[in-house]
Write a protein that binds this ligand. Structure first.
Ligand SMILES: Cc1ncc(COP(=O)(O)O)c(C=O)c1O
Length: 354
């Protein structure tokens, strides 16, 4: 179930020049975010990240113009801050007194930081192969952290077993994380003077990113800020856990869980995304696709991106770049097309691939 807005009311505000605001965070779009009373907004300055023009990487891959949405510049270093800022704020407004979630790392750090800022406890469940710096950051923000043997699905099971009326912020199981992620789509379009690129490359695990961005364009169209044009949405996954790619290739609506998967891109290790149908729907309606890449490409691509762009990217973003390279090589994306690549987070905490 999605949050819905009084689009006609927002449209009137736009006509009077009040949208978006001058705020340099995702709250510039507050009329299209779910929090009603501003006193509940727990902001650490998330969003309004730069849409960088790639200097060298795009040309190296065979593109005239590549833009990189640099989500590593969010308060805790990843795009998870958008969703969790919105979810913590809205659920506080609805009366939540504590939060819990299973996470592969970045969402855990975000939840811990926003819960700390809100002054409420956070309970974090992470697979035991999550690099130590993620645990350390969560602890620094005062969260209870639990190590669980297995994948994020096992961490979720353990959280539900122990849950003591904590508000569950698991990916796509409550509606507000998607609302925060949606602002990525607003920003990409606004930073391109209210147009859309030809293609967006999203490293995809649980799918809030791709689902949120897709929702943004429908709202912008309803507001008259863009027309019916849409970017092709491409999900990039590791070949070590690629349930979305498999479902797209098979042309099915049913996501089979990916059994015994493994990948260095820990945030993409989601064997059975809860919102699989929404992800597949966004990809198919956009005319895009899904691409799987080899894990051994991750480290070389991180090093290459560091050298070519001066960016320390996370392994998930390296999967996105490897996916983009495959799409260019196969002729699916052309030299002249405008492509936006999400750098979903920084690489500093990933001691597993250093
Ligand atoms: C850095 C990074 N990129 C991408 C993803 C995948 O995001 P989503 O679950 O929204 O598909 C994650 C999820 O943990 C992540 O941490």
């Amino acid at each position: 179930m999605y949050a819905v807005y009084d689009i006609a009311g927002v449209r009137e505000e736009i006509d009077s020049g009040d949208f978006p605001t001058e705020t340099n965070s995702m709250w510039r779009y507050s009329q299209l975010l779910p929090v009603k009373s501003p006193s509940y907004i727990i902001s650490l300055g998330e969003g309004w990240t730069p849409l960088l023009h790639s200097r060298h990487l795009g040309k190296h891959l065979g593109l005239r113009m590549l833009r990189i949405k640099d989500e590593a510049q969010n308060p805790t270093g990843s795009f998870k801050d958008r969703g969790l800022c919105a979810a913590v704020s809205k659920n506080l407004e609805l009366g939540a007194k504590s939060f819990a979630l299973p996470s592969a790392g970045n969402a855990a750090v975000s939840t811990s930081a926003y819960s700390a800022a809100a002054g409420v406890p956070a309970h974090i469940f992470m697979p035991d192969n999550t690099p130590e710096p993620f645990f350390e950051s969560c602890k620094l923000f005062g969260a209870e952290t639990v190590r669980v043997s297995g994948t994020i699905s096992d961490a979720g099971q353990e959280m539900r077993r122990r849950n003591k009326n904590w508000m569950d912020l698991s990916t796509t199981k409550e509606p507000y994380r998607v609302e925060g992620k949606k602002t990525l789509g607003f920003e990409i379009s606004e930073q391109m003077s209210w147009s859309v690129p030809d293609a967006i490359i999203c490293p995809t695990g649980g799918g809030t990113g791709i689902i949120g961005i897709w929702k943004a364009f429908d709202e912008l169209e309803a507001l008259g800020l863009i027309g019916s044009e849409r970017p092709r949405m491409y999900a990039a996954q590791s070949g070590g856990c690629a349930p979305i790619v498999r479902a797209i290739e098979k042309g099915t609506d049913n996501l089979e869980p990916w059994v015994n998967g493994e990948t260095l891109a820990l945030g993409l290790h989601v064997p059975s995304p809860f919102a699989g149908r929404l992800i597949l729907n966004a990809i198919r309606r956009s005319g895009g696709g899904a691409v799987a890449v080899a894990d051994q490409d991750i480290e070389p691509i991180r090093r290459m991106t560091g050298k070519l762009e001066g960016l320390d990217i996370c392994p998930e973003s390296a999967v996105g770049i490897a996916g983009l390279r495959n799409l260019i090589e196969s002729g699916t994306i052309d030299y002249d097309e405008e492509v936006v690549l999400l750098n979903t987070g920084g690489g500093e905490r990933y001691t597993n691939v250093k």
